[in-house]
Design a protein around this ligand. Structure first.
Ligand code: ACO
Length: 337
């Protein structure tokens, strides 16, 4: 039987601080009614003092324990994130340090915004199937509270912070990842982006030091997240729909074979549109957007962890995970549990 990879354990971590829609209505011109009816979100978690690597390590520790493994068993770490503590070292290296994983194993981050976890899962799957790794720690973590514009009501109400993780291990059983599809389209990057670093080199500062102080104004830029919500909405429904069809086709399954759809938690209306398209019942679709908002790369692994812990995932079930985010990027994975 061919070698596959299988999820051995899941974990998640969320900051303690809850920000409700009513809390936000005191900061920007919005209402609980607008946010919940347009998105399904009622509250989100914010890491006031916490770091990305701390949340990631908490989720990862739980996943390793759930897998029945210990730190020494992990031989690769991949973290999907676009909000690392630092440009470098990577979040994965900080997790390696925090959890006392073996020194010398490969550890790196992967940037695919909200699709980051499924991209990382696919890379991990390839490492396992090519026998380059046996037990891989795959993490999705983002702290969008650090990059949204808290004065922009059209974006700040949508996001929250969190982390989710799985341990992926080699298996020869029938269960495991059956298919995985990754996509991107850089032509549409301006629909959703976070500039963060200024588009200039500090070398310019050296050159301009002799110039007058008014030139220093040129170096300021707005570094917060930008999104054209309407266009992203339509593309998300279309792209995730076709990604699901392609992954199911490769796994030789039909929509009626799906036990549980775990979609990226960006907007309940997007999730409902996918549910209708695939003709799934409420019981076949997982949603926790109400509690956490859009946690970017963390949204799918947090949802998966909750689905597993609440008993909604049973041995032999076919799960489909599907994501969409900045890049643009989108991805889908079919798993037999
Ligand atoms: N409170 C009150 N009113 C608001 C708010 C708010 N928080 N935000 C916007 N509005 C207003 C707008 O100003 C607009 O007013 P106007 O008609 O007077 O101009 C009106 O509400 C309608 O705004 P729309 O943007 O058309 O609202 P829409 O129904 O499209 O919902 C939303 C916006 C929720 C952002 C939706 O478009 C969406 O969910 N888009 C997809 C987001 C997504 O999928 N992201 C995934 C990837 S995320 C990642 O990769 C990081």
């Amino acid at each position: 039987m061919t070698l596959k990879s299988k999820i051995l354990g899941t974990g998640s971590a969320l900051p303690k601080k809850i920000i409700t829609n009513d809390d936000l209505s005191k900061v920007v011109d919005t209402t609980d009614e607008w946010i919940s009816s347009r998105t399904g979100i009622r509250e989100r978690r914010i890491a006031l003092d916490g770091k990305t690597s701390e949340l990631a390590a908490r989720a990862a520790k739980e996943a390793i324990k759930a897998a029945g493994l210990s730190a020494k068993d992990i031989d690769l770490v991949i973290t999907g994130t676009v909000t690392p503590d630092m440009a470098f070292p990577s979040t994965s290296c900080f997790v390696q340090l925090e959890l006392g994983l073996r020194a010398g194993i490969p550890a790196f981050d992967l940037s695919a915004a909200c699709s980051g976890f499924l991209y990382a899962l696919d890379v991990a799957d390839n490492f396992i199937r090519s026998k380059s790794a046996k037990n891989v720690l795959v993490i999705g973590v983002d702290l969008f509270s650090k990059i949204v514009d808290w004065k922009d009501r059209s974006t700040c109400v949508l996001f929250g912070d969190g982390a989710g993780a799985v341990v992926l291990g080699a298996t020869k059983s029938k269960a495991g990842i059956l298919s995985s599809k990754l996509f991107s389209d850089g032509r549409k990057w301006e629909l959703l982006y976070s500039p963060q670093d200024k588009n200039r080199t500090p070398f310019e500062d050296v050159k301009s030091k002799a110039k007058s102080a008014k030139n220093s104004k040129d170096s300021t830029s707005d570094s917060t997240l930008k999104m054209k919500g309407n266009e992203i909405f339509k593309l998300a429904v279309r792209s995730m729909g076709s990604a699901v069809s392609e992954a199911l086709k490769e796994a030789r399954l039909k929509p009626s074979d799906i036990s549980l759809l775990i979609p990226h938690q960006a907007n309940n209306r997007i999730i409902k549109a996918m549910q209708q398209r695939l003709k799934l019942s409420d019981a076949q679709v997982f949603s926790n957007i109400e509690k956490y908002g859009n946690t970017s790369a963390a949204s799918i692994p947090i949802a998966l962890d909750e689905a597993v812990k609440s008993g909604r995932v049973k041995r032999g079930n076919n799960l489909i995970l599907v994501a969409f985010g900045g890049g643009l990027t989108w991805a889908s994975t079919v798993i037999k549990w």
